[in-house]
Write a protein that binds this ligand. Structure first.
Ligand SMILES: N[C@H](CCC[C@H](N)C(=O)O)C(=O)O
Length: 277
């Protein structure tokens, strides 16, 4: 099976065309096998390029553990570059159907090279009734949850997928990798959650490190950084335009008046090849 490996700020993906592996019932197994860092190609997730009846393309995304996710921010930037480079579309502005709705993408092309991709991620959703979280509260902002021996103040939102945001003065990777999986699977999250730890530098700069549902610690998370800025802006902690530093690189986020979030970041090819399924 032909594949391309790509990354968006270090969040890496295997990208395939549906027609090269038209077996949807095997996508979970394919993601688990191809994403394996030793027995496979190695990646955080698998992106499948498919036809859509309501948009220019359909994107299907599976985490490395094989779980299906409704949206992938870094992934949709790679997806957009892939379909343009493969000549599947010849315009730089187009739409991608995802399980969390149709997203508009805009390629920033310079001498025929995609420099960056801008994505309308849609709005950050704060209402708990629309988020897979077991809470009767009207909102899940600055809630305290107990994780083993520690209390965390969290805000949980839906950015296509559930994201739990924790503001902290110190980004300690050991702690993130210890508590991330416990919060990911906390019993208040019946569908589990992604967990982003955010350190606000100033009103225009935030450092974010994310433990991802179904993929573990990744070098960046597009829906994660979008969630962080959406929450920080709602809490009055930052301006509406923020530069996010992730371990894998920088992403620009802008929150619009209607609460929709625009993400602008890189998408890069790593290699292409044939995978022996
Ligand atoms: N890396 C992805 C996150 C995918 C979400 C997935 N981890 C889930 O919600 O299960 C991103 O850039 O948005």
């Amino acid at each position: 099976m032909v594949f391309k490996k790509m990354h968006g700020t270090g969040n890496d993906f295997i990208v395939i065309k549906y027609e090269d592996f038209p077996f949807e019932e095997r996508f979970k197994e394919l993601a688990q096998k191809t994403c394996h860092r030793h027995f496979g190609i190695g990646a955080d997730g698998l992106l499948i390029v498919n036809k859509s009846n309501i948009a220019d393309f359909k994107m299907q995304y599976y985490n490395s553990d094989g779980s299906l996710a409704a949206m992938c921010g870094n992934g949709i930037r790679c997806f957009a570059k892939f379909v343009y480079d493969e000549g599947l579309i010849n315009k730089s502005l187009f739409t991608v159907e995802t399980l969390s709705g149709v997203k508009k993408v805009s390629l920033n092309i310079d001498d025929d090279k995609t420099k960056s991709v801008k994505v309308n991620m849609g709005e950050v959703i704060f209402e708990p009734s629309k988020i897979p979280v077991t809470s009767e509260k009207a909102s899940f902002i600055n809630e305290t949850i107990m994780v083993n021996d520690r209390n965390f103040t969290v805000t949980t939102v839906l950015m296509g997928v559930p994201h739990t945001v924790i503001f902290t003065d110190t980004l300690n990777l050991e702690e993130i990798k210890a508590y991330g999986p416990l919060i990911e699977k906390h019993d208040i999250y019946p569908a589990n959650t992604n967990v982003s730890f955010a350190k606000i530098r100033d009103e225009g700069n935030i450092e974010v490190r994310t433990w991802e549902r179904g993929a573990g610690y990744t070098l960046a998370c597009g829906t994660g950084v979008s969630s962080v800025v959406g929450v920080a802006y709602r809490l009055g902690l930052v301006d509406n335009k923020v530069n996010i530093n992730t371990e894998g690189g920088n992403i620009k986020i802008e929150v619009m008046e209607d609460d929709s979030v625009f993400m602008d970041g890189p998408a890069q090819d790593i290699c292409s090849g044939v995978y022996f399924i």
